[in-house]
Design a protein around this ligand. Structure first.
Ligand SMILES: [Fe+2]
Length: 382
């Protein structure tokens, strides 16, 4: 497939997901960290307009001079921007205008593809496509957050259940102690935070080839997991008490039975299905209760070729830090990953919501330890 065809396919996938939304769904923002669908549609388009069309297409005229302020996410190098929490305040520009913006930018991108030889522009387009794929996953999780906080629990689409996966293996993998190489070494795309190949020493460890299930987590809950401070990190214990947490996100006890909101509507919790929507503190407390631990991101990467992975983003015990030899690019593109390397934990793997061809064993996802609206899960290690 040519780059032009890949561009068209990935841009279309974003629209395909949105075809299940009602017009009123596009603008709503329930919480600062979950953006409106309309904003995702525009921001991914802004990325191509800002980094490719404005810089590399002669005589290009921007679609709307206000859009840089409205749809810049966090790039200080590109100017001022709207507060993240205010993204849902924009009833205007209308959703239709955003669709026109996408068409306008896509048409001008065709001119770029018709005369494409500069490898630095090709690299930027590939980055823009990976960026759009990341936002496709955020679209799913943000829409779930919005509809999951609607008191009538609307069905988004019956094909988007996304929480039904079961483990296919119950074995454990033993990895011997030794010096191992970490980081991306291929010739395809990877993010800058995966580069800086380096060696680490790992003690021997045992890692589960399965993820924790809902039924196992219910055992933790029924054993008083959420009320035993000995299981919790201090920040986690404060979080539990401040927010009165007693179950994973989207769980509701109805007539004595646990249910959860899925994009296919409210359903009874399947005890055999793989747990999701827990944060780092919950993952850590569960591991503590089992007298085990979460793997480090390095253990995870070395064990990955033996593991079934890809249904949940798996919390690791590693803080999100630069690898030795990490090089940040100059300018806006250097803001993509590097500036977030504090107070976040690494998640490895991929999830049922991750776009196709957007996962690899060196991929480093990262979130605040309190966040649980992504499709997160727990893999145990000792
Ligand atoms: Fe973005």
């Amino acid at each position: 497939m040519t780059l032009k065809e890949t561009y068209q396919q990935i841009r279309q996938q974003t629209l395909d997901f949105c075809s299940h939304l009602q017009i009123e769904d596009f603008a709503v923002q329930v919480v600062a960290f979950a953006s409106p669908a309309k904003w995702h549609l525009a921001h991914t388009t802004w990325f191509f307009e800002t980094f490719i069309l404005k810089n590399h297409l002669e005589h290009y005229t921007e679609f709307n001079p206000h859009f840089n302020f409205l749809f810049n996410s966090y790039y200080n190098n590109v100017g001022d921007r709207i507060l993240q929490a205010n993204r849902g305040n924009m009833s205007r520009p209308s959703t239709n205008e955003i669709f026109e913006y996408r068409t306008y930018v896509d048409q001008h991108m065709q001119e770029v593809f018709n005369n494409l030889s500069d490898t630095s522009i090709i690299d930027l387009i590939i980055l823009g496509l990976n960026h759009e794929q990341q936002h496709q996953e955020l679209l799913i999780t943000d829409v779930k957050y919005m509809l999951g906080h609607n008191p009538i629990f609307p069905v988004f689409n019956k094909d988007y259940l996304l929480v039904k996966d079961h483990n296919s293996s119950s074995e454990s993998i033993n990895i011997p102690a030794g010096v191992y190489q970490i980081g991306y070494q291929g010739n395809d795309f990877c993010y800058d935070n995966e580069l800086g190949v380096h060696k680490v020493y790992l003690n021997d460890f045992e890692i589960a080839n399965r993820l924790v299930t809902n039924g196992e987590y219910i055992e933790f809950m029924e054993a008083g997991g959420y009320t035993d401070f000995n299981l919790w990190l201090d920040e986690g214990w404060s979080w539990v008490n401040k927010h009165h947490i007693n179950a994973p996100l989207y769980w509701h006890k109805i007539d004595g039975e646990w249910h959860y909101y899925t994009l296919a509507g409210l359903q009874k919790v399947d005890p055999k299905a793989i747990l999701t929507h827990i944060n780092y503190y919950e993952a850590n407390a569960y591991a503590e209760w089992k007298a085990m631990r979460l793997p480090t991101e390095f253990e995870w990467e070395i064990a990955a070729e033996h593991l079934n992975w890809g249904t949940r983003w798996e919390w690791t015990n590693s803080a999100y830090l630069p690898y030795p030899n990490f090089k940040k690019e100059h300018g806006a593109v250097g803001e993509y990953n590097g500036k977030f390397m504090s107070n976040k934990m690494v998640l490895r793997g991929a999830s049922v919501a991750t776009s196709q061809n957007h996962s690899r064993k060196t991929y480093r996802n990262f979130f605040n330890p309190t966040e649980r609206w992504q499709f997160t899960g727990i893999r145990l290690c000792k």
